[in-house]
Design a protein around this ligand. Structure first.
Ligand code: DC
Length: 211
């Protein structure tokens, strides 16, 4: 699907969605992708896959070179299921161990450079899509047709991530927002959405009208 006035050169739909943990990015990106008939990429799952492999290979998450080496050599496939080097890790990457390790891995500039490159390739090869993460509108896809920044109150977000725990979620958000390399921030030109204040259907309608 493409956007553009009739007669004008149309361009593929690229929607960038950013926001902290539990802000509703996955729910909205799934609903939008289904509504628009386009693909969705969960970039957090890519960083989680690297964190999973770091744990699996017993690499020190603070050893920048060793972690970058893991990212470089890991084949990651993110779709309805997530796999790394052919192993299905869809459920494993949502566990507390991976959640507690992923922010350290995602703060590694070499890992980020590799992931950003793969994410841009994904968009090019899929002819656009809905891409969710922390640096999508700011770094990965600054020319996205539409940039959304989702948020909700800390209580609402913690309730959505109850298995991880409010303190762990707050710690991860702090690390993701204060790291030197591409911290979580509101991208220039992003539309802000409080996902605690609207239903998913209301937000989808709003977003489709912005396209
Ligand atoms: O969206 P998520 O909670 O599954 O993301 C897991 C972690 O990955 C998150 O704590 C920060 C990191 N991340 C990132 O740094 N950049 C992205 N584009 C996506 C996720």
């Amino acid at each position: 699907m493409t956007v553009g006035a009739p007669g004008a050169a149309s361009r593929p739909i690229v929607i960038a969605i950013d926001g902290p943990a539990g802000s509703g990015k996955s729910t909205l990106s799934r609903a939008l992708a289904a509504r628009l008939g386009i693909q969705r990429l969960d970039t957090g799952a890519m960083y989680r896959a690297v964190a999973w492999a770091v744990l699996q290979r017993q690499v020190d998450p603070t050893d920048a070179d060793a972690v970058a080496d893991v990212a470089q050599t890991l084949a990651i496939d993110v779709g309805d299921r997530v796999s790394a080097d052919g192993t299905d890790i869809t459920e494993a990457i949502r566990g507390v161990e991976v959640s507690a390790t992923v922010s350290a891995v995602a703060a590694n500039p070499a890992v980020r450079a590799l992931m950003v490159e793969r994410q841009r390739q994904w968009v090019a090869s899929h002819g656009g899509g809905v891409v969710e993460g922390r640096d999508i509108g700011s770094v990965v896809l600054p020319d996205a047709v539409l940039k959304l920044y989702l948020d909700a109150s800390p209580d609402v977000r913690a309730a959505r991530r109850s298995e991880e725990g409010a303190e762990a979620v707050a710690r991860r958000d702090r690390l993701d927002s204060t790291r030197a390399a591409s911290p979580l921030e509101v991208p220039d030109g992003a539309r802000l959405i409080d996902t605690g204040a609207h239903s998913v259907e209301e937000i989808v309608k709003m977003v489709v009208a912005w396209l």
